[in-house]
Write a protein that binds this ligand. Structure first.
Ligand code: NAD
Length: 407
């Protein structure tokens, strides 16, 4: 049965004028309207009936699980996550258990991944699993290297051995490093010049995936680099949910340094749509003439200070009353902006959520879902300054970097 407003990829629209719907969440966090951008001339891949989504208990992975189940009523999704810091099984609450299963496991454990592929007859994989918090990476880079580099290679190796049809490796704009003067934007041709422990580990993962693209040209593996995401279910260690929740609790939100670091922001639903397009429509393999890499953005560049100003205005608070400036994080990238022309022209990607609208909906979601974030707080001793972010043994850098703000 077709979902209302959804164009099944088996019934590809015959002309590119089909309506572009916007995807939105209801207050319980369920996707209630789904979009598929109009396009007719793309490669339509067979439905991904048995999809494995890694990092499913995290922010984007959980959103992608919900997106896929809403978009493709025939599909079955297996979520895979090691339930590390920043994960939250509540992100997956309320899903139809006939179509969704959860497996606790580590992408760096080849045997566990292969077993999961076998037991669930997996045909396609989207790998979101990663250690993702820049601040935590400063205090302890090792888990980042393990999950983001070694783990990325291990799960890809499992896909190669098992014969997975399509494997999407989800990466980040941050692998390109900081955008210097005279660099107007990053795109798929930009060199990987990551310089933080998080982004360097992601870049190492990217390089391993690229090596597989060259070495095993029959593997249908893709890389995506996305701008900063915001939306429902983001763990409150990142800038928007953390600041919101601090303000909602009557505490001060924190801005690192001068607050003028610029980020390129994309609503998580638009990221999900973009990944889905790559998964189902991208031309396979290096034989297409270029590395199958897609950069994703809505070209919405905003400073961290502007983000907090918008949160204040959405909550009816005065900036000076609820925001304090704290010492900048060491090695904090100032700016990144992505040019998403390739995914727009090749796959018909059209971002559907304007920032003004998306941020208002996001504020409303966190206000309406206080139970969700209160449970997280109570699990972490009711503190937003989490223990894992504390300097261990008074490490330099950690001690200088006040905790609780994020990029
Ligand atoms: N959040 C953003 O703005 C953004 C932007 C671009 C790209 N990305 C990428 O998207 C992906 C998801 O990001 P997110 O913001 O949802 O992060 P997140 O921290 O909310 O979720 C990541 C999930 O991966 C899991 N995980 C970590 N290591 C694992 C391992 N070895 N095995 C199994 N599970 C593991 C964690 O437990 C967590 O649930 C990451 O790869 C990140 O680099 C994020």
């Amino acid at each position: 049965m077709a979902h209302p407003g959804v164009v099944s990829h088996r019934q590809a629209p015959s002309h590119p004028s089909a309506e572009v719907f916007s995807a939105r969440f209801d207050t319980a966090g369920n996707v209630r309207q789904i979009a598929e951008p109009a396009c007719s001339h793309f490669h339509y891949h067979e439905p991904m009936r048995h999809l494995l989504v890694t990092g499913a208990a995290g922010f984007i992975g959980a959103n992608f699980v919900r997106y896929t189940l809403a978009m493709y009523p025939d599909s079955r999704v297996v979520g895979f996550d090691n339930l590390g810091p920043g994960s939250n099984l509540d992100n997956l609450a309320g899903l139809d258990q006939r179509r969704f299963a959860f497996v606790r496991g580590d992408i760096a454990d080849l045997e566990a991944v292969l077993r999961t592929y076998q037991e669930h007859s997996i045909t396609a994989v989207v790998n979101f699993a990663a250690e993702s918090h820049n601040d935590r990476a400063i205090h302890d880079p090792s888990p980042f290297a393990r999950s983001n580099a070694f783990g990325a290679q291990q799960i890809l190796e499992a896909s190669r051995r098992f014969g997975i049809e399509r494997h999407v490796h989800v990466s980040t704009i941050e692998v390109y490093g900081e955008q210097g003067e005279g660099v107007p934007y990053f795109d798929e041709q930009s060199p990987l010049l990551a310089k933080t422990p998080y982004s360097a580990a992601k870049a190492a993962g990217d390089m391993l995936v690229r090596a597989y693209m060259h070495t095993y040209p029959d593997l249908e593996v893709f890389i995506t680099h996305c701008a900063n995401n915001y939306g429902p279910y983001q763990f409150p260690e990142k800038l928007i949910p953390l600041s919101l929740i601090l303000m909602l609790q009557g505490q001060k939100a924190r801005l690192y340094g001068d607050g003028l670091q610029k980020r390129d922001w994309l609503h998580v639903t638009d990221h999900c749509r973009a990944i889905d397009l790559v998964l189902r429509r991208a031309a396979p393999g290096i034989r297409s003439g270029r590395l199958p890499i897609y950069d994703i953005s809505a070209r919405q560049e905003i400073t961290n200070r502007e983000i907090l100003e918008r949160l204040c205005s959405a909550l009816g608070k005065r900036f000076d009353d609820v925001v304090e400036y704290v010492t900048d994080r060491p090695n904090h990238d100032r700016r990144y902006l992505i040019e998403p022309k390739r995914i727009e022209t090749e796959l018909g990607f059209v971002p559907s959520v304007a920032f003004e609208q998306g941020i208002e909906e996001t504020v409303r979601w966190y206000v309406d879902n206080e139970v969700w974030w209160r449970k997280i707080l109570s699990r972490h001793g009711d503190k937003l300054v989490f223990d894992w972010a504390q300097p261990e043994g008074g490490a330099r850098g950690a001690a200088e970097a006040p905790q609780g703000a994020a990029s």
